[in-house]
Design a protein around this ligand. Structure first.
Ligand code: TXA
Ligand code: MG
Length: 355
Protein backbone atom coordinates (compact mmCIF):
# COMPACT_ATOMS: atom_id res chain seq x y z
CA UNK A 1 0.00 0.00 0.00
CA UNK A 2 1.20 3.47 -0.88
CA UNK A 3 1.33 5.83 2.07
CA UNK A 4 -1.15 8.66 1.48
CA UNK A 5 0.37 12.13 1.58
CA UNK A 6 -1.24 15.55 1.61
CA UNK A 7 -1.44 17.06 -1.89
CA UNK A 8 -1.13 20.83 -2.02
CA UNK A 9 -2.36 22.71 -5.10
CA UNK A 10 -0.82 26.13 -5.71
CA UNK A 11 -2.04 28.46 -8.44
CA UNK A 12 0.74 29.96 -10.49
CA UNK A 13 0.48 32.55 -13.22
CA UNK A 14 1.23 30.77 -16.48
CA UNK A 15 2.96 33.67 -18.21
CA UNK A 16 4.80 35.16 -15.24
CA UNK A 17 5.30 32.48 -12.56
CA UNK A 18 5.94 33.73 -9.05
CA UNK A 19 9.60 33.15 -8.20
CA UNK A 20 8.92 32.08 -4.61
CA UNK A 21 6.46 29.38 -5.75
CA UNK A 22 8.83 28.05 -8.40
CA UNK A 23 11.63 28.00 -5.82
CA UNK A 24 9.49 25.98 -3.43
CA UNK A 25 8.67 23.40 -6.11
CA UNK A 26 12.33 23.18 -7.15
CA UNK A 27 13.38 22.73 -3.51
CA UNK A 28 11.00 19.77 -3.17
CA UNK A 29 12.45 18.23 -6.32
CA UNK A 30 16.00 18.83 -5.13
CA UNK A 31 15.12 16.80 -2.02
CA UNK A 32 14.03 13.92 -4.25
CA UNK A 33 10.28 14.60 -4.37
CA UNK A 34 7.93 14.61 -7.36
CA UNK A 35 5.96 17.70 -8.42
CA UNK A 36 3.12 18.10 -10.95
CA UNK A 37 3.67 21.08 -13.25
CA UNK A 38 2.03 22.51 -16.40
CA UNK A 39 3.58 22.25 -19.86
CA UNK A 40 2.11 23.55 -23.12
CA UNK A 41 1.03 19.99 -24.06
CA UNK A 42 -0.26 18.28 -20.89
CA UNK A 43 0.61 18.38 -17.17
CA UNK A 44 3.80 16.51 -16.26
CA UNK A 45 4.73 14.53 -13.14
CA UNK A 46 8.33 15.62 -12.71
CA UNK A 47 11.39 14.58 -10.76
CA UNK A 48 15.07 15.45 -11.01
CA UNK A 49 16.17 13.35 -14.00
CA UNK A 50 19.57 12.71 -12.42
CA UNK A 51 18.28 11.28 -9.08
CA UNK A 52 17.28 7.61 -9.49
CA UNK A 53 15.51 7.48 -6.11
CA UNK A 54 13.33 10.42 -7.14
CA UNK A 55 12.59 8.82 -10.51
CA UNK A 56 11.30 5.73 -8.78
CA UNK A 57 8.65 7.87 -7.08
CA UNK A 58 7.24 8.83 -10.50
CA UNK A 59 6.57 5.19 -11.33
CA UNK A 60 5.05 4.51 -7.90
CA UNK A 61 2.77 7.58 -8.00
CA UNK A 62 1.50 6.76 -11.51
CA UNK A 63 1.34 3.02 -11.04
CA UNK A 64 3.45 2.79 -14.17
CA UNK A 65 5.69 -0.18 -15.03
CA UNK A 66 9.44 0.49 -14.89
CA UNK A 67 9.73 -0.78 -18.48
CA UNK A 68 8.18 2.45 -19.80
CA UNK A 69 10.86 5.14 -20.40
CA UNK A 70 10.51 8.83 -19.46
CA UNK A 71 10.98 12.06 -21.41
CA UNK A 72 13.71 14.39 -20.12
CA UNK A 73 12.77 18.08 -20.15
CA UNK A 74 15.45 20.71 -20.59
CA UNK A 75 15.47 24.52 -20.61
CA UNK A 76 18.77 25.22 -22.40
CA UNK A 77 19.93 23.70 -25.67
CA UNK A 78 23.40 23.12 -24.25
CA UNK A 79 21.94 20.50 -21.84
CA UNK A 80 21.41 18.14 -24.79
CA UNK A 81 25.14 17.70 -25.01
CA UNK A 82 25.27 16.52 -21.39
CA UNK A 83 22.58 13.90 -21.99
CA UNK A 84 23.63 12.38 -25.31
CA UNK A 85 26.77 11.00 -26.95
CA UNK A 86 26.07 12.42 -30.41
CA UNK A 87 23.66 14.95 -31.88
CA UNK A 88 22.74 14.28 -35.52
CA UNK A 89 22.56 17.33 -37.79
CA UNK A 90 18.81 16.67 -38.27
CA UNK A 91 18.26 17.04 -34.54
CA UNK A 92 20.03 20.40 -34.52
CA UNK A 93 17.90 21.63 -37.41
CA UNK A 94 14.66 20.49 -35.78
CA UNK A 95 15.60 21.94 -32.41
CA UNK A 96 16.36 25.31 -34.00
CA UNK A 97 12.85 25.48 -35.43
CA UNK A 98 10.64 23.63 -32.92
CA UNK A 99 12.33 24.11 -29.52
CA UNK A 100 11.05 25.25 -27.17
CA UNK A 101 7.87 23.40 -28.10
CA UNK A 102 5.97 20.10 -28.29
CA UNK A 103 8.63 18.00 -30.03
CA UNK A 104 10.49 15.11 -28.36
CA UNK A 105 13.65 13.77 -30.01
CA UNK A 106 15.09 10.30 -29.40
CA UNK A 107 18.87 10.63 -29.21
CA UNK A 108 21.70 8.30 -28.19
CA UNK A 109 21.76 8.00 -24.39
CA UNK A 110 24.73 9.63 -22.65
CA UNK A 111 26.38 7.98 -19.62
CA UNK A 112 24.94 10.53 -17.15
CA UNK A 113 21.34 9.50 -17.88
CA UNK A 114 20.09 7.01 -15.25
CA UNK A 115 18.86 3.66 -16.59
CA UNK A 116 15.54 4.27 -14.93
CA UNK A 117 14.88 7.16 -17.34
CA UNK A 118 15.40 5.11 -20.48
CA UNK A 119 14.17 1.72 -19.23
CA UNK A 120 17.49 0.29 -20.31
CA UNK A 121 17.20 1.58 -23.89
CA UNK A 122 20.08 3.06 -25.81
CA UNK A 123 18.14 6.21 -26.69
CA UNK A 124 16.98 9.02 -24.43
CA UNK A 125 13.85 11.07 -25.19
CA UNK A 126 14.51 14.82 -24.84
CA UNK A 127 12.25 17.81 -25.16
CA UNK A 128 12.45 21.53 -24.38
CA UNK A 129 8.98 22.67 -23.28
CA UNK A 130 7.84 26.21 -24.06
CA UNK A 131 5.61 26.69 -21.00
CA UNK A 132 7.09 29.46 -18.80
CA UNK A 133 6.35 27.51 -15.58
CA UNK A 134 8.10 24.39 -16.88
CA UNK A 135 11.08 26.40 -18.05
CA UNK A 136 11.35 28.34 -14.79
CA UNK A 137 11.20 25.12 -12.78
CA UNK A 138 13.95 23.39 -14.79
CA UNK A 139 16.17 26.47 -14.50
CA UNK A 140 15.56 26.87 -10.78
CA UNK A 141 16.27 23.19 -10.14
CA UNK A 142 19.44 23.44 -12.22
CA UNK A 143 18.91 19.90 -13.48
CA UNK A 144 16.83 18.35 -16.27
CA UNK A 145 13.37 17.12 -15.24
CA UNK A 146 12.12 13.66 -16.18
CA UNK A 147 8.35 13.70 -16.51
CA UNK A 148 5.60 11.52 -17.91
CA UNK A 149 2.06 12.86 -18.20
CA UNK A 150 0.60 13.41 -14.70
CA UNK A 151 -2.19 10.81 -14.93
CA UNK A 152 -2.56 7.35 -13.44
CA UNK A 153 -1.14 4.68 -15.76
CA UNK A 154 -3.48 3.94 -18.72
CA UNK A 155 -5.68 6.96 -18.02
CA UNK A 156 -6.21 10.05 -20.20
CA UNK A 157 -3.46 12.70 -19.95
CA UNK A 158 -4.33 15.74 -17.78
CA UNK A 159 -4.74 19.11 -19.49
CA UNK A 160 -5.87 20.90 -16.32
CA UNK A 161 -4.61 20.80 -12.75
CA UNK A 162 -7.98 19.32 -11.63
CA UNK A 163 -7.35 16.31 -13.90
CA UNK A 164 -3.97 15.68 -12.26
CA UNK A 165 -5.50 16.13 -8.81
CA UNK A 166 -8.28 13.64 -9.61
CA UNK A 167 -5.68 11.02 -10.56
CA UNK A 168 -2.84 11.74 -8.13
CA UNK A 169 -4.38 13.16 -4.95
CA UNK A 170 -2.64 11.64 -1.95
CA UNK A 171 0.23 10.44 -4.14
CA UNK A 172 2.15 13.68 -4.82
CA UNK A 173 3.02 16.53 -2.43
CA UNK A 174 2.51 19.45 -4.83
CA UNK A 175 0.59 20.38 -7.97
CA UNK A 176 1.34 23.70 -9.68
CA UNK A 177 -1.90 24.92 -11.27
CA UNK A 178 -1.06 27.00 -14.33
CA UNK A 179 -4.50 26.74 -15.92
CA UNK A 180 -5.47 24.79 -19.06
CA UNK A 181 -2.70 23.48 -21.36
CA UNK A 182 -2.77 25.24 -24.72
CA UNK A 183 -1.83 22.37 -27.05
CA UNK A 184 -3.83 19.70 -25.24
CA UNK A 185 -2.20 16.61 -26.78
CA UNK A 186 1.25 15.28 -25.88
CA UNK A 187 4.45 16.10 -27.75
CA UNK A 188 5.33 14.51 -31.08
CA UNK A 189 7.98 11.82 -30.56
CA UNK A 190 10.48 11.55 -33.40
CA UNK A 191 12.99 8.72 -33.69
CA UNK A 192 16.17 9.87 -35.41
CA UNK A 193 18.09 6.65 -34.93
CA UNK A 194 16.64 4.86 -37.96
CA UNK A 195 17.65 5.47 -41.58
CA UNK A 196 14.77 7.90 -42.02
CA UNK A 197 13.22 9.95 -39.22
CA UNK A 198 10.06 8.20 -37.95
CA UNK A 199 7.21 9.62 -35.88
CA UNK A 200 6.59 7.23 -32.99
CA UNK A 201 3.77 9.33 -31.56
CA UNK A 202 2.00 12.11 -33.49
CA UNK A 203 1.53 15.14 -31.26
CA UNK A 204 1.75 18.90 -30.88
CA UNK A 205 4.09 19.46 -33.84
CA UNK A 206 2.37 18.26 -37.01
CA UNK A 207 3.78 15.99 -39.73
CA UNK A 208 3.44 18.87 -42.20
CA UNK A 209 5.46 21.17 -39.93
CA UNK A 210 8.19 18.56 -39.45
CA UNK A 211 8.41 18.00 -43.21
CA UNK A 212 9.13 21.69 -43.83
CA UNK A 213 12.45 21.05 -42.08
CA UNK A 214 13.02 17.35 -42.86
CA UNK A 215 11.03 16.28 -45.94
CA UNK A 216 11.86 12.60 -45.30
CA UNK A 217 9.94 12.34 -41.98
CA UNK A 218 7.81 9.18 -42.06
CA UNK A 219 4.88 7.68 -40.25
CA UNK A 220 5.80 4.13 -39.26
CA UNK A 221 5.44 1.58 -42.08
CA UNK A 222 2.75 3.29 -44.09
CA UNK A 223 0.36 3.33 -41.18
CA UNK A 224 -1.90 6.27 -40.58
CA UNK A 225 -0.83 6.32 -36.96
CA UNK A 226 1.70 4.38 -34.93
CA UNK A 227 0.04 1.27 -33.60
CA UNK A 228 0.58 -2.11 -32.00
CA UNK A 229 3.67 -3.02 -34.01
CA UNK A 230 5.46 0.02 -32.63
CA UNK A 231 5.11 -1.27 -29.11
CA UNK A 232 8.74 -2.32 -28.95
CA UNK A 233 10.20 1.02 -29.97
CA UNK A 234 7.93 3.05 -27.70
CA UNK A 235 6.85 0.67 -24.96
CA UNK A 236 4.25 3.08 -23.60
CA UNK A 237 2.54 3.23 -26.95
CA UNK A 238 0.15 0.38 -26.35
CA UNK A 239 -3.03 0.60 -28.44
CA UNK A 240 -5.14 1.33 -25.38
CA UNK A 241 -2.67 3.69 -23.71
CA UNK A 242 -4.98 6.68 -23.59
CA UNK A 243 -8.08 4.85 -22.48
CA UNK A 244 -10.92 6.50 -20.60
CA UNK A 245 -12.55 4.26 -18.01
CA UNK A 246 -15.75 3.95 -20.08
CA UNK A 247 -16.06 2.17 -23.47
CA UNK A 248 -15.73 4.58 -26.39
CA UNK A 249 -17.11 3.92 -29.88
CA UNK A 250 -15.32 5.87 -32.61
CA UNK A 251 -17.20 6.58 -35.86
CA UNK A 252 -15.46 7.58 -39.09
CA UNK A 253 -16.95 8.69 -42.41
CA UNK A 254 -18.57 11.76 -43.94
CA UNK A 255 -20.03 14.27 -41.47
CA UNK A 256 -23.60 13.25 -42.37
CA UNK A 257 -22.84 9.53 -42.15
CA UNK A 258 -21.14 9.92 -38.75
CA UNK A 259 -24.11 11.90 -37.38
CA UNK A 260 -26.64 9.41 -38.70
CA UNK A 261 -24.75 6.39 -37.36
CA UNK A 262 -24.25 8.00 -33.96
CA UNK A 263 -27.92 8.99 -33.68
CA UNK A 264 -28.98 5.43 -34.59
CA UNK A 265 -26.57 4.00 -31.99
CA UNK A 266 -27.91 6.44 -29.39
CA UNK A 267 -31.41 5.22 -30.03
CA UNK A 268 -30.35 1.59 -29.60
CA UNK A 269 -28.57 2.45 -26.36
CA UNK A 270 -31.56 4.32 -25.02
CA UNK A 271 -33.79 1.34 -25.69
CA UNK A 272 -31.42 -0.73 -23.54
CA UNK A 273 -31.71 1.91 -20.83
CA UNK A 274 -28.09 3.03 -21.20
CA UNK A 275 -26.95 6.59 -20.63
CA UNK A 276 -24.61 7.75 -23.38
CA UNK A 277 -22.20 10.63 -23.83
CA UNK A 278 -21.36 12.13 -27.20
CA UNK A 279 -18.18 13.90 -28.36
CA UNK A 280 -18.77 16.01 -31.47
CA UNK A 281 -17.78 19.23 -33.22
CA UNK A 282 -19.61 22.53 -32.71
CA UNK A 283 -21.40 22.18 -36.05
CA UNK A 284 -22.88 18.81 -34.98
CA UNK A 285 -24.58 20.24 -31.89
CA UNK A 286 -27.90 21.01 -33.58
CA UNK A 287 -28.26 17.41 -34.78
CA UNK A 288 -27.95 16.08 -31.22
CA UNK A 289 -30.15 18.68 -29.54
CA UNK A 290 -33.19 16.39 -29.38
CA UNK A 291 -31.26 13.37 -28.18
CA UNK A 292 -31.10 12.66 -24.46
CA UNK A 293 -27.37 12.09 -24.62
CA UNK A 294 -24.88 14.22 -22.74
CA UNK A 295 -23.17 16.19 -25.49
CA UNK A 296 -19.68 17.71 -25.36
CA UNK A 297 -18.52 19.86 -28.30
CA UNK A 298 -14.79 19.92 -29.06
CA UNK A 299 -14.73 23.05 -31.26
CA UNK A 300 -14.53 23.73 -34.97
CA UNK A 301 -13.79 20.49 -36.87
CA UNK A 302 -11.90 22.50 -39.51
CA UNK A 303 -9.47 23.68 -36.82
CA UNK A 304 -7.78 20.58 -35.40
CA UNK A 305 -5.73 22.64 -32.93
CA UNK A 306 -9.02 23.65 -31.26
CA UNK A 307 -10.20 20.06 -31.12
CA UNK A 308 -6.85 18.91 -29.71
CA UNK A 309 -6.97 21.55 -26.97
CA UNK A 310 -10.34 20.33 -25.65
CA UNK A 311 -10.13 16.60 -26.41
CA UNK A 312 -8.88 15.22 -23.07
CA UNK A 313 -11.08 17.58 -21.05
CA UNK A 314 -14.04 16.30 -23.08
CA UNK A 315 -13.20 12.66 -22.42
CA UNK A 316 -12.81 13.31 -18.71
CA UNK A 317 -16.01 15.38 -18.51
CA UNK A 318 -18.08 12.52 -19.97
CA UNK A 319 -16.32 9.98 -17.78
CA UNK A 320 -17.19 11.97 -14.68
CA UNK A 321 -20.79 12.38 -15.82
CA UNK A 322 -21.23 8.66 -15.24
CA UNK A 323 -22.34 7.72 -18.72
CA UNK A 324 -22.12 4.06 -19.68
CA UNK A 325 -20.75 4.57 -23.18
CA UNK A 326 -19.14 7.41 -25.15
CA UNK A 327 -19.86 7.87 -28.86
CA UNK A 328 -17.36 10.00 -30.73
CA UNK A 329 -16.98 11.28 -34.27
CA UNK A 330 -13.60 11.31 -36.00
CA UNK A 331 -11.74 14.32 -37.40
CA UNK A 332 -9.70 15.01 -40.55
CA UNK A 333 -6.03 14.17 -40.29
CA UNK A 334 -4.34 17.42 -41.34
CA UNK A 335 -2.28 19.34 -38.78
CA UNK A 336 -2.98 18.26 -35.20
CA UNK A 337 -5.81 16.10 -36.58
CA UNK A 338 -3.34 13.24 -36.90
CA UNK A 339 -2.69 13.33 -33.14
CA UNK A 340 -6.42 13.69 -32.40
CA UNK A 341 -7.18 10.61 -34.53
CA UNK A 342 -4.41 8.66 -32.84
CA UNK A 343 -5.64 9.44 -29.30
CA UNK A 344 -9.26 8.71 -30.23
CA UNK A 345 -8.33 5.38 -31.78
CA UNK A 346 -6.43 4.40 -28.64
CA UNK A 347 -9.35 5.53 -26.48
CA UNK A 348 -11.53 3.24 -28.61
CA UNK A 349 -9.23 0.29 -27.96
CA UNK A 350 -7.87 0.40 -31.52
CA UNK A 351 -11.26 -0.05 -33.21
CA UNK A 352 -12.79 2.40 -35.71
CA UNK A 353 -16.39 2.00 -36.96
CA UNK A 354 -16.42 2.98 -40.66
CA UNK A 355 -19.78 4.39 -41.75
O1 TXA B 1 3.99 16.22 -24.09
C1 TXA B 1 4.58 15.30 -23.54
O2 TXA B 1 5.40 14.59 -24.13
C2 TXA B 1 4.28 15.06 -22.06
C3 TXA B 1 4.75 16.29 -21.27
C4 TXA B 1 4.64 16.10 -19.79
O3 TXA B 1 6.05 16.61 -21.65
N1 TXA B 1 4.92 13.87 -21.61
C5 TXA B 1 4.50 12.62 -21.93
O4 TXA B 1 5.21 11.61 -21.31
O5 TXA B 1 3.56 12.43 -22.67
P1 TXA B 1 4.68 10.10 -21.26
O6 TXA B 1 5.68 9.38 -20.41
O7 TXA B 1 3.29 10.07 -20.83
O8 TXA B 1 4.84 9.61 -22.72
C6 TXA B 1 6.14 9.49 -23.25
C7 TXA B 1 6.23 8.37 -24.22
C8 TXA B 1 6.01 7.02 -23.58
O9 TXA B 1 5.07 6.31 -24.36
C9 TXA B 1 7.38 6.35 -23.67
O10 TXA B 1 7.27 4.98 -23.89
C10 TXA B 1 8.02 7.07 -24.83
O11 TXA B 1 7.55 8.37 -24.74
N2 TXA B 1 9.48 7.09 -24.70
C11 TXA B 1 10.21 7.70 -23.78
N3 TXA B 1 11.52 7.46 -23.95
C12 TXA B 1 11.62 6.68 -25.03
C13 TXA B 1 12.69 6.07 -25.72
N4 TXA B 1 13.94 6.22 -25.33
N5 TXA B 1 12.41 5.32 -26.79
C14 TXA B 1 11.13 5.16 -27.20
N6 TXA B 1 10.07 5.70 -26.59
C15 TXA B 1 10.30 6.43 -25.52
MG1 MG C 1 1.44 9.44 -20.75
Amino acid sequence: MLKQIETEVITVEADAPDVAIVRRAAELMRRGEVVVFPTETVYGLGADALQPAALEKIFVAKGRPLSDPLIVHIAEYSTVEELTTAIPEEARQLARVFWPGPLTLLLPRGPRVPRMVTAGMETVAIRMPSHPVARALIRELGSPIAAPSANRFMHVSPTRAEHALADLRGRVPLILDGGPCQVGVESTILDLSAEEPVILRPGGVSLEQLRTVLPTVQLPRGRETPAEDQAQRAPGQLPTHYAPTIPLLLFDGSEEAMRAAMLAELQRRRQCGERAGVLVADADLAAFQESEALVFALGDAAQPAQVAASLFAGLRALEEANVQVILCRNFAEHGLGLAVRDRLKRAAGGKVIQV
